[in-house]
Design a binder for this molecule. Sequence first.
Ligand SMILES: Nc1ncnc2c1ncn2[C@@H]1O[C@H](COP(=O)(O)OP(=O)(O)O)[C@@H](O)[C@H]1O
Ligand SMILES: Nc1ccn([C@@H]2O[C@H](COP(=O)(O)O)[C@@H](O)[C@H]2O)c(=O)n1
Ligand SMILES: [Mg+2]
Length: 508
Amino acid sequence: MPEKAVDDVMDSAVGAHFSGLRLEALRLSSPSAPSSPSSAKAAAAAAAHSNGAVYANGVAADAAELVSPSALRQPFVIASVCEDFSWIFQGVSGGTASGKTTVCDMIIQQLHDHRVVLVNQDSFYRGLTAEESAHAQDYNFDHPDAFDTEQLLECMGQLKRAQPVNVPIYDFKNHRRSSESFRKVNASDVIILEGILVFHDQRVRNLMDMKIFVDTDADIRLARRIRRDTVERGRDVSSVLEQYGRFVKPAFDDFVLPSKKYADVIIPRGGDNHVAIDLIVQHIRTKLGQHDLCKIYPHVYVVQTTFQIRGMHTLIRDRDITTPDFVFYSDRLIRLVVEHGLGHLPFTEKQIITPTGSIYMGVEFCKKLCGVSIVRSGESMENALRACCKGIKIGKILIHRVGDNGQQLIYHKLPMDIAERHVLLLDPVLGTGNSANQAIELLIRKGVPEERIIFLNLISAPEGIQCVCKRFPRLKIVTSEIDTGLSEEYRVIPGLGEYGDRYFGTDN
Ligand SMILES: Nc1ncnc2c1ncn2[C@@H]1O[C@H](COP(=O)(O)OP(=O)(O)O)[C@@H](O)[C@H]1O
Ligand SMILES: Nc1ccn([C@@H]2O[C@H](COP(=O)(O)O)[C@@H](O)[C@H]2O)c(=O)n1
Ligand SMILES: [Mg+2]
């Protein structure tokens, strides 16, 4: 952008503004525009009060955080997305250089949880044409029309449907999007969308479970903007000031500040407000806890973790472990899972006499049991089951994996009276859930009631849990760890590789 006298530039701080290219900026004064930082703060406070927002500690603009009545009224929505995905959508708005990106980065860093992704509204800036670029200094990047909100909504919709999205990469130096590359964003439990105008469009707002407004003094924002735009965005001081006065400030007053009333939480001082950021991080953690698969699916049981269990997982997941060690530690873990699974069987009360002649009021194991292993890796769990349940009958199901989705039932051999038994279905890894579903379907066809099946495995992918539990909500799953997810090749991540090959020593 060309240089211009700084004094000229600040003149245009108050004026009407339009989206897109304006060769002539109109200079109409806006009565609502705060002319000084203190009046900007007063306007901010007024806006907050006009919304009925209350300061947490009853003090004005420097309070740690604001909680609006609407936030208290509505429960935090964890919406069910597509068939399977649940998520939390958090919006972060505020004026330019208020610290939105910084605050989001801090939240994500503190959360330290892979289930959180950040999407920047900036990525959805419309790229300028060559002609527009030549007059970039006349383009209003702070007007809502500067963003492709339809595309933003489409991307958010995709993330809601648990599909990964390609987010454009925007270059602030040439005002264009990269034509070759995108940033791939995977669907996650928590999506944070940040940008100056993320509260402007009602449709975008409606997606959000939590809205945060970063409220930083206007002078500080301008100072930061000058530094950032000259250092990172290829601008000179004069052009930053001109743009600020002509477009940024008026648009802040007309679009950004009025949208503050939608915020559930207002963070004064942005990234310097560690108390507010801690509170938000805690809040998201709580929501993520509620979001836990075990809470969504009450019949999913994860063996209570200990350092012993974690240590065994560390060993069997290590690609350099020897086969004997892999087998040894797998067997130990399998035994724990089997014991845990047996704990979910029904029992009958039983009274016995001890050698001291006393009565002991006990219980009797369920007798009508059988194991069914999904060949081949499920066979690795048979010994542990036999060791726990003397003389137990064990059936087999062979499912041939064709590609990623098509599963073919090849062979099965099950006890004749399986319909009268409780079934412990054995497969060490629950990946997509396709094989498990085929096996479960067969058992149900053979007359085993869904609620009498306990599926035992060592590691489960969330996708597999969702796939099985959606289809068979009364079936129980017992696992020792839930992994991050599936890769594009449908492998469990971090996972432990081809379990059957590693256990039976056919991996090299
Ligand atoms: N609390 C802070 N103290 C000092 N500098 C900050 C602080 N927060 C942000 N900045 C700096 O100010 C500039 C704008 O911050 P940024 O987070 O990019 O704001 P926004 O995303 O709201 O435009 C960046 O250069 C950033 O490093
Ligand atoms: N080509 C562009 C696009 C946008 N801007 C300015 O960026 C600001 C929004 O980003 P923040 O990180 O500051 O929220 C906005 O105020 C636009 O003026 C730009 O200068 N050039
Ligand atoms: Mg930013």
